[in-house]
Design a binder for this molecule. Sequence first.
Ligand code: PNS
Length: 165
Amino acid sequence: MSSNRLALYPGSFDPFTYGHLDIVTRASNLFDRVAVTVAVNKDKAPLFTIDERCAMVEEATGHLSNVSVVPFEGLLVDLARERGACALIRGLRQVGDFDYEFRMAFANRKLAPEIETVLLVTSEAHAFTSASIVRDVFRWGGDVSHFVPATVVAALEKKGLEQDT
Ligand code: PNS
């Protein structure tokens, strides 16, 4: 019997970091297909638009043949059911992530018991990388190339220029 297991990897990805790339690479080795699901997330005021975030994830994951990118708004488990996904992937960097991730995993399990949350541990190199730190370092003119792929550095620079004008 051939398997075709799809996992969703949801997040805001504002912007997409090397930490995110590390997790999606690990997920792509575990599942037949992975859809990076980019949340519109109206609660947060994102630096990048949904289209810009989808484009940067597409560029950064272009070398992973079983990874696709999907924008989404609404309940994650609804999208998972609609697409036939069996798992939701989230990354864990350090213990501070546990509380939020557990709460989210239990909420999603209540809503959709048949869908598993799979928490993947990031590589040590990215344990302290976060999108908010990247935005802050960039805002103050620091070198973000340690934290994000070159295509995202370019997107940040373009965004900075747009905001200056
Ligand atoms: O990168 P983030 O901001 O930590 O991602 C959070 C995200 C988008 C995965 C989460 O807020 C989410 O799943 N939102 C969709 C609404 C939903 O399904 N909520 C129930 C689970 S908490």
